[in-house]
Design a protein around this ligand. Sequence first.
Ligand code: GH3
Ligand code: MG
Ligand code: MG
Length: 260
Amino acid sequence: MRIERIFEIRTMRQVYKLMAVVTVFAVLIPVATFALPFFHYGERYIRFFAIAAIPATLIPLLITPPIAFIILNLFRIQTLTIDKVDHYVRYDTLTGVLTRAYLLGKTRDALSSGGAFLMIDADHFKAINDTHGHDIGDEALKRIAEVLRKGLTTDALIGRLGGEEFGVFLPGASDTEAVAAAESLCKLMREEGKVIAGKELGLTVSIGCALHRDENTLEKTIKLADSALYHAKHSGRDRYFLAEATDTMPALILKDRMAG
Ligand code: GH3
Ligand code: MG
Ligand code: MG
């Protein structure tokens, strides 16, 4: 646990609450300390205590609230800043899906139960930018992210690997599940990509899938998915391929699965 996380303060309400608690302690501690000799001197001490208790109460009562307010408010600002930075680190600002680094980190955490990695790349995206402008291109990227969210189960890890390339990890998925997911994504994209921001774009995606195997690293699995994507691109786009590396045949075997 990071030290700053011990002092998670987000609202002014929390600041005022903690300020009250700190002030109560700041007053009680000196007052209780001055009261201690009472147990030794008994009744004779009461008059001295009555006098000592006034500054012992007033001084911390005046000093503590402003100091506590400043310090607690600094913690509040720090917590909110860390939240903001965390958000930038985790989520892609344009599409709202995970960033590359966060997707790969979360995928690594989920690898022990196996699964499938899907690499999704927009087809002829440069032409969309060139013809309709960068803003429409951005809308198209948002649409791809929407399709991924809509077409996949909630446990799927969805991220933007960079540019117009997205990555998905399906924890625990078998090859048939990966293929079914890729097939439905291609189909959904074909439907949802027809018209974007009022423009007839006919946007499609190509997908490369690879099943993660225990003996492979995540990098190797991603490389396999990338090779499958390459084949999907070079055999016509708007389709998916599944890469399979087996014990007996570590080379890439491609199942030609036309989406359609
Ligand atoms: P292919 O079907 O082979 O994938 O062709 P492509 O045109 O999609 O591929 P290419 O890699 O040539 O072009 C990718 C384009 O994506 C180029 C780049 O300008 C665009 N791009 C990358 N990031 C963004 C972005 O954040 N917004 C927009 N609008 N365009 C982006
Ligand atoms: Mg592309
Ligand atoms: Mg690309």
